[in-house]
Design a binder for this molecule. Structure first.
Ligand SMILES: C[S@@+](CC[C@H](N)C(=O)[O-])C[C@H]1O[C@@H](n2cnc3c(N)ncnc32)[C@H](O)[C@@H]1O
Length: 256
């Protein structure tokens, strides 16, 4: 299954209103609570680099990994628009987060915007966590958000359709989810019609994304098995415990 390949071309338009700067500030506050105020960060599933620049602005040296070359091409283009001093603090590389080796270690690792939910079975999660652990310094901090099982099961995923537009492009995106409860996953068929406003040319994109939802206890167990202890578990962009209202939750773990 190829995901975030053709989709990459309209990703930044679809998420144009996402508050990457505010999210980076929140993650920095979580790191600061672990006494980490600057240092090196490994960003897993960095996508088009929306968090990398605000993280670098806040004092971190960022290495972003992603499986999708198309997303990384856009991330590198983004760097072309930032000042050279920041550019030098950000690097992107193609890798699968389940199996990578960088020959160096980091003060922190993070995976933001549901990247960990793309690890759709126990083996994939265990491989990724072991790989991440081997790239962290002794007390390294790991932060990631994930689909929160109690909310997914209470609210149930629904078909959604939205249109996104800028001066050049109009994108219609329809997402049809299907709950696969025995695998604790949601399979989402994504249909995109992207129209170039000038030429009228229309491009159709189809991808299926398999997303896993987790509850806190299963993540605590998986993290413990990989050499981490969980220090905080909260609703995303909050410091409160996640409830059935919170589709997205966030873990802060420390290597031991
Ligand atoms: C929802 S996007 C989030 C991108 C970025 N973090 C953001 O906030 O915009 C999920 C990203 O995870 C990447 N991804 C998913 N599974 C991956 C894997 N096994 N290895 C590397 N990247 C992966 C995808 O290519 C995609 O760029």
């Amino acid at each position: 299954m190829t995901v975030f390949s053709d989709y990459a071309a309209c990703y930044d338009l679809v998420y144009r209103d996402k508050d990457y700067d505010g999210e980076a500030a929140h993650v920095c506050s979580l790191l600061s609570a672990q006494s980490l105020n600057a240092g090196t960060v490994l960003e897993l599933g960095c996508g088009t680099g929306g968090h990398a620049v605000p993280l670098a602005t806040r004092g971190f040296d960022v290495t972003g990994l992603d499986r999708s070359e198309e997303m990384l091409t856009l991330a590198r283009q983004r760097l072309g628009h930032v000042e050279p001093a920041l550019q030098r603090r950000i690097h992107f590389a193609q890798a699968d987060i389940q199996d990578f080796k960088l020959e160096r270690r980091f003060d922190a690792a993070m995976a933001l915007f549901h990247v960990i939910s793309y690890l759709a079975d126990d083996g994939a999660l265990a491989s990724a966590l072991a790989c991440i652990r081997s790239h962290l310094d002794g007390q390294g901090v790991l932060v990631f958000d994930f689909w929160h099982a109690p909310a997914v099961l209470a609210q149930r995923p629904e078909t959604r359709e939205r249109t996104f537009e800028d001066a050049n492009t109009r994108v219609m995106r329809r997402m049809r989810p299907r709950l696969i409860a025995d695998r604790r996953c949601v399979s989402i068929d994504i249909e995109i019609e992207s129209m170039d406003k000038l030429s009228g040319a229309v491009r159709s994109i189809r991808e299926t994304h398999l997303m896993r939802y987790f509850d806190g206890d299963e993540l605590r167990d998986a993290l413990h098995a990989a050499g981490f202890d969980v220090h905080a578990l909260s609703a995303w962009m909050s410091h409160a415990p996640p409830t059935e209202e919170d589709w997205s939750a966030c873990v802060v773990a420390r290597a031991r």
